[in-house]
Design a protein around this ligand. Structure first.
Ligand SMILES: [Zn+2]
Length: 304
């Protein structure tokens, strides 16, 4: 009983503290300790520890429910406290700029034209999955210096896609877990997106913008291509003109559309709803916030 009260007290205090301006000290000095300790240790094993840990945590919960009911509440609160410290509280960061200026149709069109010019000027060779995983920490380090563990392959990636999930940040093992079954061109962006979460950018729009910047500033053409592909598929919904793409790019886009059509259904609809509710509960704007990348890029490229 006493343990439960203490854990609950810590969770409440920390949740309120994370909305204060002093939280920047936690973000700057304490949060990076997790990836430098737990993250480094878990990096020794090349496959996701998180996916097995989830199973163990559920087995422990079932055992406690049957054998030691008194321990269930402290157990769940302990997990929630860890989550609050290594993930949940970072949703309330007040120190990050969010682009919120009104944008015009002309600016969206100019962005679409600019991205197409950049794609057409790219001379890229696809990388292998292992090369992408190997390079991702370095790409993120170029954007923001620090230690980054390698993204981890999820063994059941194929099944993860049925939930519409391309990656998961693990708050318990500080791992960036990647769905490796998705089209290869989307994986560099996904690795950088998950590593951004691990670096304290928890909101989806923050992680997307960070991943985009890391990829396009990497000087690695396939990473740049991956970022442009992310935005061009969004821009095709918003530009006032029909974006004409070269054949190789059309084939890649079509591969992505076909892949997600094959994996769509009840599970991904359910996942959308769960994810939307989860993001809203964490002060995010819900899944509609994914369009924020367009606002951010208009500011990033200084399009007036
Ligand atoms: Zn994410």
């Amino acid at each position: 009983m006493l343990i439960s009260v203490i854990l609950l007290f810590l969770i409440i205090v920390f949740t309120f503290y994370s909305k204060s301006k002093y939280f920047i000290y936690y973000t700057k000095y304490i949060f990076p300790v997790y990836k430098n300790t737990i993250g480094r240790i878990c990096n020794i094993i090349p496959y996701s520890i998180f996916q097995w840990l989830v199973i163990v945590l559920v087995i422990v919960l079932v055992y406690l429910l049957i054998k030691k009911r008194k321990a269930v509440v402290p157990y769940l609160l302990s997990l929630f406290l860890i989550y609050t410290l290594t993930c949940g509280s970072m949703y309330n960061r007040q120190d990050l700029h969010v682009s919120s200026k009104e944008i015009t149709q002309e600016q969206i069109d100019a962005l679409a034209t600019l991205i197409m010019e950049k794609i057409n000027a790219l001379d890229y060779q696809p990388l292998s999955l292992d090369e992408i995983i190997e390079l991702s920490p370095q790409v993120m380090n170029n954007l923001e210096e620090g230690y980054y563990p390698k993204p981890k392959k999820i063994i059941g990636s194929k099944y993860m896609s049925y939930f519409g999930i391309t990656g998961i940040y693990s708050p318990f093992t500080i791992e960036a877990n990647i769905d490796i079954d998705t089209p290869l061109y989307s994986i560099p962006f996904c690795c950088c997106h998950e590593l951004s979460h691990l670096n304290g950018y928890m909101k989806e729009e923050q992680a997307n913008f960070n991943a985009y910047k890391a990829c396009v500033e990497s000087n690695i053409p396939y990473f740049e291509y991956s970022a442009y592909m992310q935005i061009i598929s969004k821009l095709s919904n918003y530009a006032s003109f029909k974006i004409t793409v070269p054949e190789y790019l059309y084939n890649d886009l079509q591969e992505g559309i076909d892949y997600w059509n094959d994996h769509e259904g009840t599970l991904s609809d359910l996942e959308d709803q769960v994810n939307d509710t989860y993001l809203k509960a964490n002060n995010d704007q819900g899944t509609v916030s994914y369009g924020q990348l367009i606002y951010d890029l208009i500011e990033y490229y200084c399009i007036d």
